[in-house]
Design a protein around this ligand. Sequence first.
Ligand code: ADP
Ligand code: MG
Length: 503
Amino acid sequence: MLDLTYDTPKPKIIAGATGDWELVIGMEIHAQVSSQAKLFSGASTRFGAEPNANVAFVDAAMPGMLPVINEYCVAQAVRTGLGLKAEINLTSAFDRKNYFYPDLPQGYQISQLYHPIVGEGEVLVEMGEGLARLVRIERIHLEQDAGKSIHDMDPHMSFVDLNRTGVALMEIVSRPDIRGPEEAAAYVSKLRQILRYLGTCDGNMQNGNLRADVNVSVCRTGDYERYQESQDFGHLGTRCEIKNMNSMRFIQAAIDYEAKRQIAILEDGGAVVQETRLYDPDKGETRSMRSKEEAHDYRYFPCPDLLPLEIEQAWVDDIAGSLPELPDAKKARFMGDFGLTDYDASVLTADVDNAAYFEAVAEGRDGKLAANWVINELFGRLKKEDHTITESPVSAAQLGGIVDLITKGDISGKIAKDLFEIVYTEGGEPAEIVEARGMKQVTDTGAIEAAVDEVIAANPAQVEKAKQNPKLAGWFVGQVMKATGGKANPKAVNEIVAAKLGL
Ligand code: ADP
Ligand code: MG
């Protein structure tokens, strides 16, 4: 198991003219549920379809249409809750959140305010070696996504695309337990990692499948501890909410900017106004979008079209029994089973697809060697070309084949890199390539001896120098490697050179 004796990281402190300030951050993450169909209709959720191609009558709010709950989306929310060690509410209910938006044809969003499906949970956020923070989850509720208004296609008109209308979202609400920009980014990546492991959200931030509303406030030293003891929000500063962030980098920049903005107001004797703000990445600033609305502004009421959602414990238990291995457990197992360092295990388990690939390579082989090849050669190469592991031209079986050839001593590490390059660019079965192209390592000492003799005979002056200065033996090794096209076993060459020079 993972060693859980972590030290809690310190909050980010910003020195002001009137004393120190601490940051307090709470996040609401909207994660699109991985599901083929929408939350209350059978319409497809496929990304990139023709505008308005995936719209059922109920999504378009045609009169008389009734929502029908998608059981799979409910199961996905339950699975997510279980993955976050959260309490699952066997009874939950849907409410209408009323507001007008051109891409919300119903005039309300079906959400869960009073009785969410998932209650309190937690996320362990590692902040580098030996440091971790536990971020408490307050709740997860299921709700519908809205559509998309398009303003830049025509100078006189706006368009509406309802493909996303009604797609299931999980809103994952954290407690204000995040204490700095780096922690905020680490929290989002940890959550994204867990969701991807669970298969409940693909976490594609560019497509908007995972977006964060970031609540930021500042307080004086000691106030946060007072809040923690009492859970009384009165000890915390007034927060601003930065809406719809979908980049880790921007999340950090926005928090930094926002904290400094609030501190400047407070030090000037002013008061922070609770409001919703937007981050402008070009200017690196947040600006006011609207004053913060309260729950009562939305006139929430139980959705009369849907019965309360009752689920059975046995069904929840079934889902619990089918949960995949989660990141922390996988990382601990990789460290234990394959003898990997904390760092390597983190890199390999960061993404569920990477972890599966590595396991396929490491299975039945030297885990450390496999890790080296996956991290240093393959990941390095994929990154250069901006490819993900699922786009890798080298399969796990092929990379495993290369590792086998190294382990057997058939090829040297240097030749293995050439071989990797060939497999990467041309494909093919590594052992066959080595055979066909004569890349096998020469371990036959007779052949190596002959090559050493030749180099010695051709360079009498160097031989004299090397006898005075044994460090020059390396030059002979280099020459022999060159003469054998890098195929000679380097260890054997070293030994034979030393013996022949009498060193
Ligand atoms: P709403 O839905 O109106 O935005 P919530 O009560 O659901 O309000 O809280 C939203 C988020 O704001 C939560 O993640 C919560 O932890 C966070 N939050 C609440 N108070 C503060 C505060 N003073 N500073 C930072 N974050 C806060
Ligand atoms: Mg909010």
